[in-house]
Design a protein around this ligand. Structure first.
Ligand code: NAP
Length: 315
């Protein structure tokens, strides 16, 4: 058996991502021991009940002697948790996070720096719409990207810490890429944040429409709406914090999206079938490129197993 990358890791925030890291680190031998802490006593009890690792009842016990501390809390909580954790960490240890916004996370973690620990922000491009310790599973990061946004002014020991963190995520099955935090936030604004905003909005609009009975929205949801509801079921605290902390990039994307939507609206109004066809054709080729890049399944209905009698989706 190969030696673990880190002898001990500490996970702060035992939800979907924290629990998945705990499970994967053990499953793939990337950490010797795993300790966890969550501010919620209920979550701590549930995490202990499903044997996620050594669940501590305070932050100090969890991070003591840890070689790497993973902050897996909503991005709005990062600054306070980092400030509490750093003085409790051993010298030379790594402090990382999994927050979906990197500019703000980098500032939050860097503000807690005391020169003794290595701060390396990160973001796994993997997740589900579920939350809580029970939602975690070890294969979540397999074949997924893990983006690290290292600080610019690192010395040799920082480079060594970065290599270890890369090795950890690689052992969990991820492909690691490093990039600038601002670039990460611009890319994720269009690939993740805007799609979630659209999903939250379309679900709200459908349920508010006076002419559509709620029962009918659910009954005929397989016509496409259902796929938006999966995304819109994502954790409201997490997504509130994402939009509050990636404001500029999201507003930029939203502006462009609104212009493009207005162009489609005009094409429908004017019966401009050529514009509609060309736009839809272009969108279809992007879907094909995503499948060709191995970022999704090309199986019908994402390979989802349909309940019996529900095989024909309709449009
Ligand atoms: P989650 O399932 O809701 O878990 C977050 C956990 O952190 C909750 O148990 C929460 O407890 C706890 N927590 C909140 N404040 C805390 C604090 N100050 N100290 C300790 N624990 C605290 O959320 P998640 O989906 O794992 O998301 C965690 C992070 O991963 C977020 O930053 C998110 O942006 C990022 N991320 C999520 C996904 C995804 O698909 N979900 C993907 C990539 C990255 P309470 O519930 O009691 O507040």
């Amino acid at each position: 058996m190969t030696k673990p990358v880190f002898d001990k890791i500490a996970i702060i925030g035992a939800g979907l991502i924290g629990a998945s890291i705990a499970r994967a680190a053990v499953e793939y031998g990337a950490a010797g021991t795993v300790s966890l802490y969550d501010s919620s006593e209920d979550v701590r009890q549930r995490a202990a009940g499903i044997a996620l690792g050594d669940v501590a009842d305070n932050l100090a016990t969890a991070v003591a002697e840890a070689d790497c501390v993973f902050l897996c809390v909503p991005v709005g909580a990062l600054q306070a948790v980092a400030a509490d954790a750093v003085p409790l960490m051993k010298a030379g240890a790594v402090l990382t996070d999994v927050g979906s916004v990197k500019g703000q996370a980098t500032e939050a973690l860097a503000a807690a720096a005391d020169g003794r620990v290595h701060i390396i922000p990160g973001h796994p491009i993997a997740g589900t719409e579920q939350s809580g310790p029970e939602a975690g599973f070890p294969t979540l990061f397999q074949n997924a990207w893990h983006i690290l946004t290292p600080l610019a002014d690192g010395d040799d020991s920082y480079g060594a810490a970065l290599s270890m963190l890369e090795a950890f995520w690689t052992q969990l099955g991820a492909t690691v890429e490093t990039m600038d935090a601002a670039r990460h936030d611009r890319v994720l604004a269009i690939t993740s944040h805007l799609p979630h905003l659209i999903a939250f909005n379309i679900v709200a609009t459908a349920f508010d429409m006076e002419t559509v009975e709620q029962g009918e929205v659910v009954k005929y949801s397989a016509g496409g709406f259902r796929d938006f509801t999966r995304i819109a079921a994502s954790d409201p605290v997490m997504w509130r914090d994402v939009f509050l902390n990636n404001k500029d990039a999201v507003l930029e994307c939203l502006g462009r999206f609104s212009e493009d939507l207005a162009a489609l609206q005009r094409a429908i109004r004017w019966g401009d079938g050529e514009t509609l066809f060309n736009e839809f054709n272009r969108a279809r080729s992007i879907r094909k490129a995503i499948i060709d890049a191995g970022q999704d399944s090309g199986a019908v209905n994402f390979g989802r197993n349909l309940p019996k009698g529900d095989e024909d989706e309709g449009a």
